[in-house]
Design a protein around this ligand. Structure first.
Ligand SMILES: [Zn+2]
Length: 137
């Protein structure tokens, strides 16, 4: 479970990342902040495209940025949306790729004013997620 201070840092980072969202089609701006096992905080925002299917969620943007920087274990993910939306199914699956069995991944949905709408574990959002060898939480 995150400390209050760490949660605050993640929420602030996600709110700032949301300001960079590129969402001219949906106007649904999303910011995400990941707490990595090595202590880094990595952020992402959604990036839409005129060819809608090419758009990318904030959570996956953050995960891919972290992996590309060599940080591959996520301990927590804060996502900020106007309505407290939670990560989509695709993002839940991608996040599960970078979880640590010994450290359950905390998922927190927050609104831009900092109100926590949901605070739970990835294993509860994605029961029986896909993985080779029948990996499950
Ligand atoms: Zn998503």
């Amino acid at each position: 479970m995150l400390s209050e201070e760490t949660l605050e840092r993640l929420v602030d980072a996600a709110i700032k990342a949301r300001l960079n969202a590129y969402a001219p089609y949906s106007n649904y701006c999303v910011g995400a902040a990941l707490l990595m096992a090595d202590g880094r905080i990595v952020t992402g925002c959604n990036v839409e495209n005129a060819s809608y299917g090419l758009s990318m969620c904030a959570e996956r943007s953050a995960v891919f940025a972290a992996a590309g920087a060599g940080s591959r274990t996520v301990h927590a993910c804060v996502v900020v949306t106007a309505d407290g939306g939670t990560p989509c199914g695709a993002c839940r699956q991608v996040l599960s790729e970078f979880h640590d069995d010994a450290h359950p991944m905390q998922i927190i949905a927050v609104t831009p004013d900092g109100t926590t709408v949901m605070n739970t574990w990835l294993r509860d959002l994605l029961p029986n997620g896909f993985g080779f060898g029948g990996r499950t939480f």
